[in-house]
Design a protein around this ligand. Sequence first.
Ligand code: IMP
Ligand code: MG
Length: 178
Amino acid sequence: MDFPIKQILIQPEEIQLKIQQLAKEIKQAYQNEDLILLSILKGSVVFLVDLMKQLDMDIEIGFMYLSSYQGETSPQRAVREFEIPCPEFTGRNVILIEDILDTGASLNYAWNRCMEKSPKSLKTCILLVKEGYENTFSLPIDFRGFNIPRVFVVGYGLDYREKYRHLPYIGIPDLTKI
Ligand code: IMP
Ligand code: MG
């Protein structure tokens, strides 16, 4: 099937190399410590699955289901949360796993919710950071994948109206053909 992608921004091989590098950084940072990877659904699930396979250490995973886009290509400020049972965070190391930072509203929401549960430590691991993000919120990006231009992208977990999440690369859709 032909997908309406006008440019591939990041190839599957580049993504996997970056994930190996991020996994190395995470292993070094936590050594033998206990760790929870908290994936923000739905976009970061593909990233989580590939990343966790590279971490030969003691980890647990959890999910938080947030929605801020509701089908459009520009973010809405309001972040909605759908309840999902999660591992106990109190006194434990947690890394928030996010696919992309645009305005940062989703990560900011997730960060505050995690902090309410008094983790031992809280860090962030972000696959894509859109240019200009730093000016919006001042949350730390502890493990950073790629910096990308301020464009709308799909694939590798990211959707346009719930489609194209399964594409193995990250690309720019041709919105005139969708
Ligand atoms: P933020 O809250 O504005 O940082 O946006 C974060 C969420 O919006 C991400 O977790 C994605 O689900 C979605 N998002 C932001 N930019 C894009 C994009 O370029 N393509 C697809 N989804 C995006
Ligand atoms: Mg997301």
